[in-house]
Ligand binder design. Structure first.
Ligand SMILES: [Zn+2]
Length: 229
């Protein structure tokens, strides 16, 4: 309906502007010429309208699907900005062999939200090792079995094997003391970080990326779990 209305208006406007020209031209020949010109104009208008609809509709769908124009929905681009940039393209998190979607999701969350230059220790996670680990898992969409502190999680969930899967939470050994006491379980809360593969550990410790040897030397080794924190 709207299309017809638009075309009619355009046509009327043309006719209204024409009388002077028609009078000057005189005979029926000019009328015929005018009529065919009108039809050509009409066809052209319809073609342009069809073209606009054909181009605009899929583009609109695409934007809606991407969440760009849906009110209240944060687009991926905005989320990236919120979290402080795209991450480093040439990141260590890109060069690790993984075996599962979950591992890929953890590394991608690290690359995008916590690239090497954005150490969690310097960005709000000082003393919040377990919170950071849980936030990384949450960003990767992986459920976490919660507990009061890293030491309690270790005692509940840790697997004590030397083979650590990429993306696993890695715990400090019982001998490591952070100097605090957990209000819930009364234990020293210890430390937890994430094994990112290739002999490296990422965590909200003062040195963001440590080698596994450095981690074990400093925090001891209390085993690992996949999502038990
Ligand atoms: Zn505790």
């Amino acid at each position: 309906m709207e299309q017809t209305a638009v075309i009619k208006t355009a046509n009327t406007a043309k006719t209204a502007g024409a009388p002077g020209a028609v009078k000057a031209a005189g005979p029926a020949k000019a009328d015929r010429r005018k009529k065919s010109a009108d039809i050509a104009c009409l066809l052209f208008d319809m073609l342009v309208l069809a073209l606009v609809v054909w181009i605009a509709l899929p583009a609109l769908d695409e934007y809606t699907a991407a969440g760009i124009i849906t009110p209240g929905k944060v687009s991926d681009a905005e989320r990236t900005l919120e979290s402080g940039g795209e991450g480093d393209e040439d990141s260590i998190f890109n060069h690790i062999t993984i075996e599962s979607e979950q591992q890929a999701a953890i590394l991608e969350a690290l690359r995008r939200r916590w690239p090497e230059r954005k150490a969690p220790w310097d960005n709000g996670y000082q003393g919040l090792c377990e919170t950071w680990v849980c936030d990384v898992y949450a960003s990767a969409g992986i459920p976490v079995s919660g507990s009061c502190c890293a030491s309690e999680s270790r005692d509940k969930y840790a697997v004590w094997s030397e083979e650590i899967p990429v993306g696993a939470m890695i715990y400090s050994g019982p001998e490591y003391l952070s100097g605090y006491l957990c209000e819930d379980c009364g234990k020293d809360p210890g430390h937890v970080a994430i094994y990112i593969g290739d002999g490296k550990v990422a965590g909200s410790q003062s040195q963001y990326i440590m080698t596994l040897e450095e981690f074990k030397e400093y925090f001891g080794y209390g085993g690992w779990s996949f999502g038990g924190s």
